[in-house]
Every structure is written in C-alpha cells, then in structure tokens.
Ligand binder design. Structure first.
Ligand SMILES: Cc1ncc(COP(=O)(O)O)c(C=O)c1O
Length: 479
C-alpha cells in the first residue's frame, strides 16, 4: 500500500526545533511537564504495577447503574446532553455540588459556583485570573505535583512552606509573609490541600486551619483550598474545611467528582466570591466554552438516585484496607532508615529514603522491574528538593499488587543501599547520611519498620549532618 503523501513525522528534528523556537511564548520556557502524566504513558503497559497514578478504583462502580443512567439520558435528554451548555454549568450540576459540599458542612451560594473540566482546570483558571509573571504563590512543601506545572506556566514565583504530620507549618507561613511584607511584596494566593494531602497524605490540624483562616482574614490574603479527598476519610474525626471556617470571603474552594465518582467524566468546580468568579467565567469561556454537558447529565441522574454517599463510604472502606496493606508491606520490605506517613484518608503515602538515594534514578530501575511510583522531586518547584522521597498510591491497585509492588521497590532500594555501601566502604563514609557504622548486610530487604516509623514524621528531608535515621523531630509549638 502506498504511504499517504503528508505523513506527520513522529519526532521533531533539530532543524524543526530551530524553526519553531523563535515563535514560542516566553512562558513556554518555564513550563514543566507533570511527572504523573508522563508516568501514565509508561505505566499503561499491563504488566506494570503502578503505584504512581492518582487513580481511584473505578472498577467498583456498578456497571448496571452506569448503563441505566446513560440509557435514560439518551432516551429523555439526548438533545440537551449533546448540546453546548452554559459556561457556569447547569443549575442541576450545581445542586449536586452544593450537596457534596454540604456533606462536609459547607453552604456555598449557588451563584458562587462554576462547573469546570476537573479540579485541574479550576486551579488553572484561578491562576489565570490572579497571577501575573513574577507574582508570588505560596504552597505546601511537598505540594500537589499537578499544581506545579500550573504555577510555572503562569510564571509565578512559587514559595513552598514545609509540612509536618499536621500539614502546612503555619508558623513558617507567617514568617514567609512577614519577610515578603518587609520586601513590599504580597502573595497573590496560598494554595493548600488541607485534607489527606496529595502527595504527603497529611491533614492540616484544626488549630492550624483556624490560624490559616485568621491569617487570610487579617492580611486579606486569598487561600485556595483544594479538597478532592476530604470525604475519603477512613480514620480519625472529620475536620471543618477552610471554606466553612472562613465563610467564603478569603477562601476560594476547589472540588471535584474525580475521586468520589469518576475522573473520566472530567467534572470539578470552583467556588469564589462574585468579583473573582466573574473573571474565572471569562477565563473559562476563552478556554473551553463550557464543561461537558453529557457528563453533567450523568452526574444529575446519578445523584437523583441518592446513593452517592454510600458509594463514597464504600470507596473509603476499600482504601482503608489498601492503606493497611501498603503500610504492612513497607514495614516488611523497606530498609530501617525509611520513613513514611500513615494517612487517615485519601489515596497516598509519602515515603522518604536515606539521603543518598535519588528516587528519580530509582524509578528507572523500578520500571525495569515493572513497578512505578512518583519521585518526590515532582512535588517541589525548586530543583533538588524531595530527591529522596516518593509518592505511593494505594487506591488504584488491589492488595496483592500493592504487596508485590512494594516488595519490588524494596528490592531496588536494597540494591541501592548495598551499592552505596560497597562504593563508600573504607572511604570514611561512616558519617555519611544513611550509613553511620552500618555494614551493607545490616540492611536486610525484609525488615520490620522501627516502631517510630509511620505517622509523626517531619517530612523535611534531613540535612547532611543528621545521620543515618531520618529525624523524627519532636513537634514543637508550631501551630
Ligand atoms: C490535590 C488535587 N487537586 C486536583 C486534582 C485534579 O483532579 P481532577 O482534574 O481530576 O478533578 C488532583 C488529582 O489527582 C489532586 O490530587
């Protein structure tokens, strides 16, 4: 068969790059790829156990319910479901959103809500509305890896504030704001995922929530609360969202149906005060006119059944078991120097390895063993931070896969530890991070984690002088 005359070339050559380079907007120079999206392409191979994605378990959604609802839409509302819709979204979708937010004690005004193409678009539109090149954005360290490319593409200066087991350190945030004040600068927004954070799994304590809202109010600072996981709690007591504590004056809220129903329907939302919302709506018009009307119909039908909360509870129960399995596997297969968080909800564990392990390099080795995770660096804007950490997802794989996946990662970690010891043996490396006085054989593959491993860890990587075991810094009065 003859080849079609104008086949696109699969890869751009250097001549092509030169030809286009002069045309690119300045912002493309600082654009970054989302590590997760890159990984999704690699981990699509069926033999790979992916602990990398942020995938909810959609296999549990009843196929019969899905079929019945789509059939009803086809029979009763095909014309509207196949048509453009209002940029703000259908009123019926907003009713569902208000119901979801109500389940966490929030009472937004319907007019303050816009339906977006996922929470990701909501973050993008908020930044599009507020950020000029050089503006300051403050977020957690580590932060949601998918937010980093957004901040970069609007050319923000991103300042990250450390997290510990109680979420963002508000004392550190206060110090950052003071410093900026002295420089005559003011952040455009503070971005936070307060509940079961992606990637760290930690949750902002009630006291810190109150302090953050007080800070926002006293400094007239906008806080973007991104809350995809709040309803996926499987332990501990529910905490009020920032939006509820603030009443919606200084907190812009981002929500999504992705983790409580389906990411494939691409439905999320933002709630913002009217002047901000007006600009967000204009931004969305320019971006995609409106959110999928077909999937908005699906959500309406689904919520009319009144069983959405029972489904969310069933997901939380499922994820609890998977979290337990992952924690047990980490205790068994990760070296004693490793630490990790033990979240009370959501989908992620954040593990930190000895300083000399670079999880970016480790990923290449892990992929050879058909297992994947997200390297910690993707949760930081600054190069080099998070190098020895990784995000592990426990919602998207079955328990057997989780056990096997962690075993394989544990093996590649053990190889790295051995290699490091072999290379540094006799070179006075006793004081090197992760190795004081230890021989390679002291680091077995199958080890029980120290009793102190697990929650209660400071997520900050240790400094070079902090010895073998990652520090469990005592919580000071860090409110
Ligand atoms: C914290 C956070 N925000 C936003 C998103 C984007 O989700 P979506 O666009 O599917 O609503 C995710 C997805 O993983 C997330 O974890």
């Amino acid at each position: 068969m003859e080849e079609p005359p104008h086949r696109r070339r699969a890869h751009a050559g250097s001549r092509d790059l030169q030809r286009y380079a002069g045309l690119f907007a300045e912002r493309t120079g600082v654009m970054r790829s989302s590590a997760m999206r890159d990984l999704m392409a690699i981990t699509a191979r069926p033999e790979v156990i992916s602990l990398a994605g942020g995938l909810p378990d959609t296999s549990t959604f009843p196929a019969a319910t899905f079929a019945a609802q789509m059939t009803r839409i086809a029979q009763e509302s095909a014309a509207e479901a196949l048509q453009y819709g209002p940029t703000e979204g259908f009123a019926a979708t907003v009713d569902c959103i208000v119901e979801v937010m109500g389940a966490e004690g929030m009472l937004p005004d319907h007019d303050d809500v816009i339906v977006t193409t996922g929470g990701q678009q909501a973050i993008d539109l908020i930044c599009k509305t507020l950020i000029d090149p050089g503006d300051v954005v403050v977020c957690e360290a580590p932060t949601y890896p998918g937010a980093v490319p957004v901040f970069c593409s609007y050319q923000a200066e991103t300042i990250q504030v450390d997290c510990d087991e109680d979420g963002m350190r508000i004392d550190e945030l206060d110090a950052v704001l003071e410093r900026l004040d002295r420089e005559g600068r003011r952040p455009k927004l503070v971005y936070s995922v307060p509940s079961f954070q992606n990637p760290a799994g930690v949750t902002l304590s009630l006291e810190r929530r109150r302090r953050l809202v007080e800070l926002a109010r006293s400094r007239e600072l906008l806080v973007v609360e991104d809350n995809p996981y709040g309803l996926l709690r499987f332990g501990g007591e529910p905490l009020p969202p920032l939006y509820q504590l603030d009443g919606g004056d200084f907190v812009i809220y981002v929500g999504t149906f992705s983790k409580i129903l389906s990411p494939g329907i691409r439905l999320g939302w933002a709630v913002a005060p009217p002047p901000v919302m007006e600009k967000i709506v204009l931004g969305k018009q320019a971006s995609d006119l409106c959110t999928s009307t077909l999937t908005q119909h699906f959500v309406r039908e689904y919520f009319a059944e009144g069983r959405w909360q029972a489904y969310v509870d069933s997901l939380a129960e499922l994820y609890r078991g998977r979290r337990d399995t992952m924690v047990e596997a980490l205790r068994r297969h990760f070296p004693p120097q490793a630490t990790w968080t033990e979240p009370e909800g959501g989908m992620f564990i954040w593990a930190t390895l000895p300083e000399f392990i670079d999880t970016g390099d480790l990923l290449a080795k892990a992929l050879r063993e058909d297992v994947a995770f997200v390297p910690g660096q993707s949760a930081y804007v600054e190069d080099g931070r998070g190098r020895n950490s990784m995000r592990l997802n426990f919602s998207g794989s079955g328990e057997e896969e989780i056990r096997e996946g962690i075993r394989r990662i544990g093996n590649v970690v053990a190889e790295q530890v051995e290699l490091y010891h072999a290379l540094t043996a006799g070179k006075g490396a006793e004081g090197s991070p992760g190795t004081p006085g230890r021989e390679a054989e002291d680091v077995p593959v199958d080890v029980k984690a120290k009793p102190s491993s697990g929650p209660g860890h400071d997520l900050t990587p240790p400094g070079p002088d902090e010895g073998a075991v990652l520090p469990f810094r005592k919580k000071e009065n860090t409110g």
